[in-house]
Design a binder for this molecule. Structure first.
Ligand SMILES: [Zn+2]
Length: 296
């Protein structure tokens, strides 16, 4: 009987040990899952960061940085350098919370907050897209914002400046709305290509051509097809010498980046303008090899 009681005791002890082990295992499993969730969350937090500059002033600039799961090129998107091009900040904001599998996107939806607030082309210091030749120490009140843009350009591979312009760009004269002096529905580059110090070339026009092709595949109405608009900014006979003070010209010539301006026409509805801007931006992003979970 004593022997039998001993065996029972042993069995109970074993059962208790097994239960205890199971509990410990469960605890470890729960802790592990919690750990995984924490890591995932912190990765998600790292994937998107928001930075504000000149906070509390009317020149506040918010910069959204989205990092992909794997490395790739960085596309920097500026909108709102001119305050009377309403569709640009609205569309740029759509890209501020996307998720990327590959590559990075930096978005500045409202570069010229004062101009946007006033719904006017110019902010505090005149046309901000004519200030990129100014020294960093300039007294112009917008130059601190320009200096921030220059810092962001340094870290990018591709730079996009979004605009809305009157009429439709055409390399030949069609009519007063559609001719070489108009800007709408064009991808603007400052040169066909740019010679880099290491002997390579920045193939600006080739890149713009591919972006235009991709864009137009998604636009059924041919009147709204994009065209490449090469302003030959640096050349002696350029009709756009004033663009030497622009953001894209700075990005190409000083920082050697693939820079492009996207111009959507003002001669359409707001909804159409946003649609064309999204089509053009997505074309740029896809052409650079960035992979998004889902684009706007
Ligand atoms: Zn503009």
């Amino acid at each position: 009987m004593a022997h039998h009681r001993g065996v029972s005791f042993l069995i109970i002890l074993q059962k208790k040990t097994v239960r205890c082990c199971l509990t410990i295992c469960r605890c470890i499993a729960v802790l592990f899952v919690l750990f995984l969730l924490l890591v995932q969350n912190s990765e998600a937090q790292e994937a998107r960061s928001v930075q504000k500059y000149f906070s509390g002033t009317n020149q506040e600039v918010t910069v959204y940085t989205i990092k992909g799961e794997t490395s790739g090129p960085t596309v920097l998107i500026f909108a709102g350098i001119h305050g009377d091009e309403r569709a640009c900040p609205v569309v740029a904001a759509k890209y501020s919370n996307i998720r990327l599998k590959k590559g990075n996107i930096v978005v500045v939806p409202r570069l010229n907050a004062v101009a946007i607030q006033k719904k006017k082309r110019n902010g505090l210091g005149g046309d901000m897209n004519r200030l990129f030749d100014q020294p960093e120490t300039s007294k112009n009140p917008d130059v601190k914002v320009v200096n921030l843009a220059k810092e962001l350009i340094k870290k990018a591979d591709y730079v996009v400046n979004m605009h809305q312009g009157h009429g439709f760009y055409s390399p030949t004269w069609i009519n007063s709305k559609r001719n070489p002096s108009r800007w709408g529905q064009s991808n603007v580059v400052d040169a066909p290509y740019f010679d880099l110090p290491n002997g390579d070339k920045l193939e600006l026009e080739k890149f713009a051509n591919k972006v235009v092709q991709r864009s137009n595949e998604n636009i059924t109405d041919r009147r709204f097809h994009f065209q490449v608009n090469n302003t030959n900014t640096g050349s002696e006979d350029s009709r756009h010498k004033v663009q030497r003070k622009s953001l894209t010209y700075y990005a190409v010539t000083k920082e050697h980046k693939h820079a492009i301006a996207i111009e959507v026409t003002k001669n359409c509805t707001f909804a159409q303008a946003t649609t064309y801007l999204v089509i053009a931006l997505n074309a740029v992003i896809n052409e650079t090899g960035i992979v998004a979970d889902k684009l706007p």
